[in-house]
Design a protein around this ligand. Structure first.
Ligand SMILES: Nc1nc2c(ncn2[C@@H]2O[C@H](COP(=O)(O)OP(=O)(O)O)[C@@H](O)[C@H]2O)c(=O)[nH]1
Ligand SMILES: [Mg+2]
Ligand SMILES: [Zn+2]
Length: 353
């Protein structure tokens, strides 16, 4: 297995230079569970543990290796490696993890308590936001995933799965389009094998793709389909049920025969955003550009004269639900900013993140 097949490129080569001189090797984390890592390198698959120095310096969750990370390793034997460092992440996405301690829901936003940034995956090129064309369909959730992916500088692509369940998908597509604008949308059905050749254009050598979405939308079914009978051979550490199919308990990276890597994630029950509010200029470009047309710079879009938002809602140009999503995410991200300040200042050694 060459490093290029695992997604290695000039960026990582450059970051790795000083380690190479010291005799270290590079590997990619494909799975982790309670301090045990599975690492792929040119020499094969290894079980990895963190070095003592690494653990001493690590402070918050974000400092620890995550699925997709390139790590600096040394072999101890033909099965085990020690992980000494993480190469800087090219991209990663995280969610806010609320750790108990006085947290409560205020105006629909979780506030208070101790928070942490939890990285779900790193060094990713494309994120598939998977949605089911069924009762679980929820535009607000799609809007949250879009903000999350956009703020990670990863290319979002929307997959509307389970199209076999409805006769007319145009309404679904329209609702998604109003929330996603220029993002590519593909309607598919894994069950009835509809439109599954869309994957061909995304499965490219060295690229890392992640599947996101609520539990039950079909992420693992898509991965099972893409691997066909190769699943067992391709990833011997995969969780499997009795039928030999893979199920998901934690994010996990799989090597696909096309030379790309796929990360399956378990459904995120509580998708709390971790992003800067500026990202809404991208994920809510339509709403944001309207706010710039309001007569007053500090318009609250409630009853000011010359409010472009109000006019757009009245004329039907801007769905009120879309505006409400924008306001709710803005509120959430502003409140996150305050908690983040406390989070950063509490860090051991005041390390820079
Ligand atoms: N009707 C229909 N059901 C599907 C389709 N794809 C997946 N499912 C079903 O949806 C359920 C959840 O699928 P799974 O892949 O485990 O979802 P995940 O939680 O997102 O990984 C399973 O019972 C699948 O058989 C589809 O295209 N159409
Ligand atoms: Mg799954
Ligand atoms: Zn206004």
């Amino acid at each position: 297995m060459s490093l290029e097949n695992l997604g290695w490129d000039n960026y990582f080569q450059d970051k790795f230079k000083s380690y190479l001189e010291k005799g270290f090797e590079a590997g990619r984390v494909v799975n982790q569970h309670k301090g045990n890592y599975i690492v792929y390198s040119e020499k094969g698959n290894f079980s990895g543990k963190l070095s003592g120095k690494f653990m001493h310096n690590a402070d918050v969750k974000k400092d620890y290796p995550t699925v997709g990370d390139w790590v600096v390793i040394k072999n101890i034997n033909d099965k085990e490696v020690v992980i000494h460092d993480i190469l800087p992440r090219k991209s990663y996405f995280s969610r806010k993890l609320s750790i108990s301690g006085g947290r409560k829901v205020k105006n629909g936003v979780l506030v208070g308590g101790y928070i942490e940034e939890q990285i779900i995956g790193s060094n990713i090129d494309i994120a598939f936001i998977v949605i089911g064309a069924d009762d679980n369909f929820n535009v607000q959730r799609i809007e949250r995933y879009i903000t999350l992916v956009r703020s990670s500088k990863i290319l979002p692509v929307i997959l509307l799965n389970k199209c076999d369940l409805c006769n007319d998908i145009s309404e679904y597509i329209e609702n998604i389009k109003a929330a996603s604008h220029d993002i590519d949308i593909h309607a598919i059905s894994i069950l009835d094998k509809i439109n599954l050749n869309v994957f061909n254009e995304y499965l490219c050598l060295g690229k890392t793709l992640v599947f996101l979405g609520s539990s039950g939308v079909g992420k693992s079914s898509i991965i099972n389909y893409l691997f066909g009978d190769d699943m067992q051979r391709t990833n011997s550490v995969s969780d499997s049920n009795k039928k030999g199919k893979h199920t998901t308990t934690s994010p996990r990276l799989f090597l696909h025969q096309s030379g790309c890597m796929l990360i399956d994630t378990p459904g995120i029950r509580e998708l709390q955003l971790w992003a800067d509010e500026d990202i809404l200029k991208e994920s809510f470009k339509d709403v944001y550009s309207l706010t710039e047309k309001c007569k007053y710079r500090d318009c609250t879009h409630k009853k000011e004269p010359g409010c472009a938002i109000k006019m757009a809602i009245d004329s039907g140009e801007l769905p009120i639900k879309r505006f409400e999503s924008y306001i709710s995410q803005l509120k959430e991200l502003k409140s996150l900013k305050e908690s983040k300040n406390a989070y950063y200042s509490n860090r051991k050694n005041n390390k820079k993140i």
